[in-house]
Design a protein. Structure first.
Length: 228
């Protein structure tokens, strides 16, 4: 099926608790709660069929509905603690849509409130990659030309990349996930039991500094200083 005719659902995941920044997802950023940013973005993309919020928090549920997201359930507490991986949260939401509503999406877009400056154009680029390449997953990355080392359990450092110390023009960059875009097909999430299909993936290459990933108070301060 062509990506231009596939059902695309955006799922925004947001917990009420946060260790690094208390109540992070409801804090204001440029005049609206952080959690509203991905909802407003997804609602602006015509190719996205539905926008679903999965949360354990009543205030987040209220904000999500106010900004036009569907909130068909309250996320169970066992899927809302600090150690809960993203995949089972997505799977829970998708199973609800399939079992309770008979709605089976073809492509799922995962959005985080912690990446508020993701642009509509980038989402459209990702959707276009599905159409052009017939890939199973698209993630956003940043090219990284840094020199990397690793440390083993004894505390010994060894070179990881590049293997030889040569000038930048003589080695290829690494690609670092920036946490803004995660698209995957239904079967990747539900049948392969994976967040992304490493064997059939495309990269949406972002500019360095294009996205602010809000994980600590310093990141939030940086986001509040950033012009939109």
């Amino acid at each position: 099926m062509s990506a231009s005719h596939e059902k695309i659902v955006a799922i925004v995941i947001a917990r009420g608790g946060s260790k690094s920044i208390p109540r992070k997802n409801v804090l204001p950023l440029h005049g609206k709660p952080l959690v509203a940013w991905p909802i407003d973005l997804a609602k602006s993309v015509e190719r996205i069929d539905r926008v679903i919020m999965t949360t354990d928090d009543d205030e987040i549920m209220e904000i999500a509905r106010k900004h036009g997201a569907e909130v068909p359930f309250k996320r169970p507490a066992e899927l809302a603690d600090d150690e809960t991986p993203t995949l089972p949260v997505l799977q829970h939401c998708i199973r609800y849509l399939v079992d309770k509503e008979g709605y089976k999406p073809d492509i799922v877009l995962l959005l985080y409130p912690t990446a508020p400056f993701l642009k509509k154009e980038r989402v459209l680029e990702a959707i276009e990659l599905f159409r052009k390449t017939d890939c199973n997953s698209v993630i956003s990355v940043v090219k990284d030309w840094g020199r990397f080392w690793k440390q083993d359990e004894r505390g010994v450092y060894t070179v990881l990349h590049p293997a030889q110390r040569v000038n930048r023009q003589y080695y290829l960059p690494l690609y670092r996930e920036d946490g803004a875009v995660y698209f995957s097909r239904y079967d990747v999430l539900m049948s392969q039991n994976k967040l992304v299909d490493d064997a059939n993936i495309q990269f949406l290459i972002m500019d360095e500094g294009e996205n602010v990933d809000i994980d600590n108070p310093g990141d939030l301060k940086k986001a509040r200083l950033k012009k939109t």
